[in-house]
Ligand binder design. Structure first.
Ligand code: HEM
Length: 381
């Protein structure tokens, strides 16, 4: 479908599963340019009136949603500056020993368990959620609760009431957590942000709560799907799997290629036009939503030779799987390290790793944003 759109209707209005009319952009050059175009804004809570929407937006969800990914400069710049230090490649490299530990614990438990396992339950979810929770300072024991809320908020399936209940639960959860950490600070990102807030520095209570929400959701949903989707891509391409297993020095390029090929996100989060904007020859009027299909851009043959072929040795630099421009993924250095460790551990520990069911029976999550498997049963030996 994307191949057809890229050649015949590269910028076209469509209706999303949530019932919203958006302009879908599918060519690499257009997607990349639009990601860096200041005329495409993010702060819809400020700029869009209820009449601009064709859906009713829940106020609690809107409250949580007003985080840096949904803000424009100067607010975006100020908030990003507060957390960027925690995510530099150097700081992130310091997390490597702990990520190795967590991964080894999970892999050991799988090795001691049955021959067949559900990889998302046994490995990808606990790994991605534990790493981000420890970094931020969220109790990892609460993971099943926020897994459910996060799933509801990101899926296209829930009713309005379910979505509101999940947003309220998430809001209450973070309110309590902030109060508790304010009483007893720890050595984590949340405590550092509370200290910045309480010393009168640059972020409001609202911004603090929505920052927590963003970091938790952006930090575990995507990671989980990179590992699960990446494992599926490798298991269904045995020659590439063998190549990577035989030469682990390919792990960094394999992670980059899996971001390009397996696309944990289908598209960037929606932007809207502040004024009429022409993209790829089409003029989009002011106050219209724009959906940039990064997964289509990453498979555009005008940018990547044989784009539909998985090649773990390819130079996939320039892919837009982490976005581009001012909202470029803050967690990219962490995601790269975690990805290398996760794929490396699975491949070296389980040489016979294989799908336990036919690929066609796997279920995918119902979300236009998240490109994620619901289940991934594998045979370990
Ligand atoms: C495989 C893993 C990941 C993928 C594919 C991914 C992808 C992305 C993409 C595409 C964007 C830009 C969205 C847009 O412009 O609409 C983004 C932004 C962001 N990501 Fe990631 N991400 C990953 C992991 C992480 C992790 C581990 C964190 C850790 C907290 C994280 C935190 C963020 C944040 C905070 C932003 C917003 C940055 C801003 O608005 O300036 N991501 N990510």
């Amino acid at each position: 479908m994307f191949a057809r759109l890229r050649s015949s209707a590269p910028v076209t209005p469509v209706i999303t599963p949530e019932g919203v009319r958006v302009w879908l952009v599918t060519r690499y050059e257009d997607v990349r340019a639009a990601l860096a175009d200041p005329r495409l804004a993010k702060d819809w809570v400020t700029h869009m009136t209820p009449e601009d929407f064709d859906i009713n937006v829940d106020p609690v969800q809107a409250y949580l949603d007003q985080h840096m990914l949904n803000l424009d400069p100067p607010d975006h710049t100020r908030l990003r500056r507060l957390v960027v230090k925690a995510f530099t490649p150097r700081r992130t490299a310091g997390l490597r020993p702990r990520i190795l530990d967590i991964t080894a614990g999970l892999v050991d438990a799988m090795a001691d368990g049955p021959d067949e396992t559900e990889l998302i339950e046994a490995f990808t979810f606990p790994l991605s959620v534990t790493v981000i929770c420890e970094l931020i300072g969220i109790p990892v024991g609460d993971r099943e609760s926020f897994r459910e809320w996060s799933d509801t908020l990101l899926s296209s399936r829930g009713t309005r009431e379910e979505t509101r209940a999940a947003a309220v639960a998430m809001y209450e959860y973070f309110t309590h957590l902030v109060a508790e950490r304010r009483r007893s600070p720890a050595d984590d990102l949340l405590s550092a942000l509370i200290a910045a807030r309480d010393s009168g520095d640059s972020l409001t209570e609202h911004e603090l709560l929505s920052m927590m929400f963003l970091l938790l959701v952006a930090g575990h949903e995507t990671m989980l799907n990179l590992i699960a989707g990446g494992v599926l891509a490798l298991l269904t391409h045995p020659a590439e799997l063998r190549r990577l297993r035989d030469d682990p020095s390919l792990l960094p390029s394999a992670v980059e290629e899996l971001l390009r090929y397996a696309n944990p996100l289908n598209h960037a989060t929606e932007r809207f036009t502040l004024e009429p904007v022409t993209i790829g020859g089409a003029t989009i009027p002011a106050k219209e939503w724009v959906m940039l299909a990064t997964s289509s851009a990453n498979r555009d043959p005008s940018r990547f030779a044989e784009a539909d072929r998985l090649d773990v040795g390819r130079d996939a630099a320039g892919h837009v799987g982490f976005g581009h421009g001012i909202h470029y993924c803050l967690g990219a250095p962490l995601a790269r390290i975690e990805g290398e460790i996760a794929f490396g551990a699975l491949l070296s520990r389980f040489p016979a790793l294989a799908l336990a069911v036919p690929e066609s029976s796997l279920r995918w999550r119902s979300s236009s944003l998240i490109h994620g498997l619901e289940n991934l049963p594998v045979r370990l030996r």
